[in-house]
Write a protein that binds this ligand. Structure first.
Ligand code: RB5
Length: 144
């Protein structure tokens, strides 16, 4: 997991958790790009989703993490981008299976929905879990 490069983004509704995720990544020497937002001032989540997903879709980073109030706006916006498989996760099982079965390359979280420790567990599992391939690759290929 320490060879991964991750792009991170949030709107004002996800600002606190983005900082917590940055702390998590720094503690594990995981390389990251923080596209913002960098203040608590209100901003538009689709712009942030675009910045992160462009980095993922172009291969400049391996994975993206997006945080807003619910994670819903970010996931809707992210999944508009070709090549992006964004998973909104509120539990660790979904986080693991979104990687193992769906090869999700973007994780979306809702800061107003789940607690901080759960959010960080989800990030941990999501970053550590690999894609199983096989029959799941066939299904992901159909999406693509
Ligand atoms: C911002 O108030 C809020 O709408 C946003 O963070 C997010 O929840 C959108 O889906």
């Amino acid at each position: 997991m320490d060879h991964l490069k991750v792009a991170l983004g949030c709107d004002h509704g996800g600002f606190v958790y983005k900082q917590k995720i940055i702390d998590y990544l720094k503690a594990r020497n995981i390389e990251f790009v923080d596209v913002g937002t960098h203040t608590r001032e209100a901003c538009d989540y689709p712009e942030i989703a675009r910045s992160v997903t462009e980095l993922v879709a172009s291969g400049q980073v391996d994975r993206g993490i997006l945080v807003c109030g619910t994670g819903i706006g970010m996931s809707i916006a992210a999944n508009k981008i070709r090549g992006i498989r964004a998973a909104l996760c509120g539990d660790t099982y979904s986080a693991r299976v979104s990687r193992a079965h769906n090869n999700a390359n973007v994780l979306c979280l809702g800061e107003r929905v789940i607690g901080e420790h759960l959010a960080l567990d989800i990030v941990d599992i999501w970053l550590k879990t690999g894609f199983e391939g096989g029959r799941h690759k066939r299904r992901v290929d159909i999406i693509e």
